[in-house]
Design a protein around this ligand. Structure first.
Ligand code: DX5
Ligand code: ZN
Length: 218
């Protein structure tokens, strides 16, 4: 199981300290939600935040591009050092070209699908995907409720993993209970925000408990 703290939930007054603490607590990678206020009704992080996080850790840093026309802006995030770059098929006319460009830059190609986007809308792209991320909340804000209707789609993407080899990532309202449930379904990685990490006390203890569900209920 891989755990990715959602850095939009971190304390930006002490960002480097937060990164070091989360790194030491066992985070596997850092999740950066990039929003343009158009594709989603919020504006959060930018390329300087990616650079600052990269400077404070040797672990991978991703860029979850919740922006319109990400292909046209890819170089900004490649130059900022993002190791995994997620685009949304709902925001890009040239998805195949974008995913191939991310790989050509030596980065992991991520595809993030909104709750209402069906598997059939992206199935032909799966050979080009290293990280398939299922949004279980409407993208843009932390602290939302998990959308139960996404469960069959998560199951379907878990079944397709064997054929295409991508990592199955869940983003949105990942609580300890959800993480235990979705791990059983075949999810490989989880974005951790306010439901399981931030505002939940000691980072190391929270992450340890997530890795050992038996501990979570101790
Ligand atoms: C949603 C964001 C995530 C996540 C935050 O657009 O990509 O950061 O939802 O975690 P929660 O949902 O647990 O607050
Ligand atoms: Zn995200």
């Amino acid at each position: 199981m891989e755990l990715y703290p959602s850095m939009m939930c971190a304390d930006f007054g002490t960002l480097a300290d937060e990164v070091r603490a989360l790194d030491a607590a066992g985070a596997d990678a850092f999740h950066c939600d990039i929003m343009d206020g158009c594709f989603v009704p919020n504006i959060t992080m930018g390329t300087n935040d990616i650079r600052a996080i990269k400077a404070a850790t040797n672990k991978p840093v991703d860029a979850h591009l919740m922006i319109i026309d990400p292909l046209a802006k890819l170089d900004l995030f490649i130059e900022a050092g993002a190791d995994i770059i997620y685009i949304h098929p709902e925001a890009e006319r040239f998805c195949a070209k974008a995913l191939l460009a991310i790989r050509a830059a030596g980065r992991k190609a991520g595809l993030a699908v909104n709750p209402e986007t069906p598997v059939s809308a992206v199935e032909e792209l799966l050979p080009l995907v290293d990280h398939l991320m299922v949004m279980t909340v409407s993208p843009g804000f932390a602290g939302q409720a998990f959308m139960e209707f996404t469960l069959p789609k998560i199951q379907r993407f878990a079944e397709l993993k064997g054929r295409f080899g991508y990592k199955l990532v869940i983003d949105g309202a990942c609580s300890p209970e959800r993480i235990a449930q979705l791990s059983e379904l075949g999810a490989d990685a989880f974005v951790l925000g306010t439901s399981a990490l931030f505002g939940k006390g000691d980072y190391a203890l929270s992450i340890e408990r997530l890795r050992q569900p038996a501990l979570a209920y101790a």
